[in-house]
Design a protein around this ligand. Structure first.
Ligand SMILES: CC(=O)N[C@H]1[C@@H](OP(=O)(O)O)O[C@H](CO)[C@@H](O)[C@@H]1O
Ligand SMILES: [Mg+2]
Length: 544
């Protein structure tokens, strides 16, 4: 205890940022996320944990992002980023939960020292934490609480102020690889824009983007950052982008009737600005890590291209490039999805593109880890969060293969450009959007061409309120319920009644409810199946 002589200092700092009593906090899929007025003490404690984490990992920089993404403006959240820009290692999530739930200031500081001792950490060694926040007004106060914890624990800190979530992930990795052969990029926000802009120009060489792209930024941090990025592009490129819903001065409009989550869950275009028929449009979410494309077709109306579509587009394009680069026998490409991926997309990827598909539980950390096992791992959640990962072997092959023809050289160069263009740390709406634009330009495709690749199975997602969601346990990447007893048999017998049908239920990791997903050959059957399964869940969910 007090091995660094800072006990008193940390205790005093903690007293300035008390935890709100009567709540149990849990580090979940999105870190700690809730009403912002509950978060000051939580954020202080996350500061303590991230300093320990940095010391545990040989003083590498740890990131902390303050955001509640697509949630309402009154919410906020805080999550920890590991040194290579990945999400916090899962085993440490429970340490974060333990620290945040300490009841008194004394108990907190004692636990802090105990954790350090258990992890064999020298608290006098250097530590570094870098952090940023989205545009929520509450972010400022939370960042101060974080800084207080970092100062009290003798941790070097860098406050990057307002950033998108993926920018912070970029900066963490860039900081920890600075000056190394594996350098991820210049350690600054400008470094991030420069890297993407250069890669975009390189990947676009000789190709033209046709027509205007409208980007809805959910009135979040993506707006100002996209404006900033566009300044880094050469005019000659002729990339015509119209940024809308970029009002960050009125916090109350954040994610309000706009943004990627609105489009995906409501399955329609934001009402403002008035959608224009035939225009290629995409939406970011509130912290710019999710991306959804759509357009209004003059005949058939709204059509959405979600994470599954972005994933299959990327996989198909990269598969072709690898073949043209002569690397087909050396590079293993795989696609990672969750159970929410439309069955038609899975079918298209396995049967048409002939690529492996692996299904993981919900939450991008699960997809990310599996994607890392491929040379090119494409992963997206249906909600538009995802990216593409390249293995060190793949990157070396793109660089060092001696091309035998101009076409092969072109393919190798484009692959190398993609490595830089696509954010390797986490899903990134801006980077993913540039990737989609490049692919459409190369294929000379409109959104309608893209949509024609396969037809989605009609599907429905419903939220079911239950007495106790902890009764529901799953297996087989969340596609089957192992508990409560008998529930899965009942679901199976409903599914059997429909053609091309699939349905599953699971407890949400972010809300106090269960989710039911169903798909079937027709819309009415999908709806009916979802309702029937929802009723099964309601009935089984009333137990204590
Ligand atoms: C069906 C669905 O969209 N689920 C979302 C949602 O998780 P739930 O565990 O379903 O609440 O929030 C997660 C975090 O943002 C996201 O990763 C996931 O895709
Ligand atoms: Mg987000």
């Amino acid at each position: 205890m007090d091995s660094d002589g800072r006990y008193q200092q940390i205790l005093e700092a903690s007293k300035r940022h008390p935890i709100v009593e009567g709540h149990v906090f849990k580090y979940g899929t999105a870190g700690f996320r809730m009403k912002a007025d509950l978060l000051e003490g939580v954020t202080f404690r996350v500061g303590l944990l991230s300093s320990i984490r940095s010391r545990k990992l040989n003083s590498q920089a740890i990131g902390v992002m303050i955001t509640a993404s697509h949630n309402p403006a009154a919410d906020n959240g805080v999550k920890i980023v590991d040194p290579m820009g990945e999400m916090l290692e899962q085993e440490w999530e429970s340490l974060a939960t333990a620290l945040v739930n300490a009841t008194s200031h004394e108990q907190l500081v004692e636990l802090y020292y105990k954790l350090a001792e258990m992890q064999k950490i020298d608290l006098k060694s250097p530590a570094k934490v870098i952090y940023g926040r989205d545009t929520r007004p509450s972010g400022h106060k939370l960042a101060s609480a974080l800084a207080d914890a970092l100062e009290a624990t003798g941790t070097e800190l860098v406050d990057y102020k307002i950033l998108t979530t993926p920018q912070l992930h970029y900066l963490v990795r860039a900081t920890n690889t600075e000056g190394l052969p594996s350098s991820y990029g210049v350690v600054s926000e400008t470094g991030y824009y420069d890297k993407l802009a250069k890669a975009f120009v390189k990947a676009m060489r000789g190709k033209r983007i046709s027509g205007q792209l409208v980007v809805d930024c959910a009135n979040g941090v993506g707006g100002p950052k996209l404006h900033e990025f566009l300044k880094h592009l050469p005019k000659e490129l002729g990339f015509d982008v119209k940024v809308v819903n970029d009002d960050v001065l009125r916090p109350e409009v954040l994610n309000l009737d706009c943004g990627a989550d609105f489009v995906k869950t409501k399955q329609r275009a934001p009402p403002n600005p008035k959608p224009q028929t035939g225009v290629r449009t995409c939406s970011f979410d509130g912290d710019a890590d999710r991306l959804i494309y759509y357009w209004i077709d003059p005949q058939s109306g709204f059509f959405m291209l979600d994470g599954d579509r972005i994933s299959s587009l990327a996989a198909s394009f990269l598969g072709d490039l690898v073949e043209r680069a002569g690397l087909k026998d050396y590079i293993r490409i795989g696609v990672v999805q969750t159970a929410y991926a439309n069955g038609a997309s899975t079918h298209y990827i396995t049967q048409h593109l002939k690529l492996d598909v692996i299904c993981t539980p919900t939450g991008v950390k699960h997809l990310h880890h599996v994607a890392q096992t491929f040379d090119i791992g494409v992963y997206f959640e249906a909600n538009g969060h995802g990216t593409v990962l390249f293995s060190p072997d793949a990157i070396t092959a793109f660089k060092n293969t001696e091309p035998q023809s101009p076409a092969q050289k072109d393919a190798l160069d484009t692959l190398s450009a993609f490595v830089a263009l696509i954010n390797q740390t986490v899903g990134d709406a801006l980077s993913d959007m540039l990737m989609v634009e490049v692919i459409l330009a190369h294929k000379n495709w409109t959104l309608r061409d893209w949509a024609m690749t396969y037809a989605d199975l009609p599907n429905r997602l419903v939220r079911v309120e239950v007495g106790n969601k902890d009764l529901f346990e799953t297996t087989d990447a969340e596609r089957r319920l192992s508990k409560p007893y008998g529930a899965q048999d009942e679901i199976d017998s409903e599914v059997r009644k429909y053609k091309d049908a699939r349905a599953f239920a699971r407890a949400s990791g972010t809300e106090n409810a269960c989710r039911v997903y169903a798909e079937a050959a027709t819309r009415s059957e999908a709806n009916e199946l979802a309702d029937r399964v929802a009723r099964i869940i309601e009935r089984h969910g009333t137990g204590v």
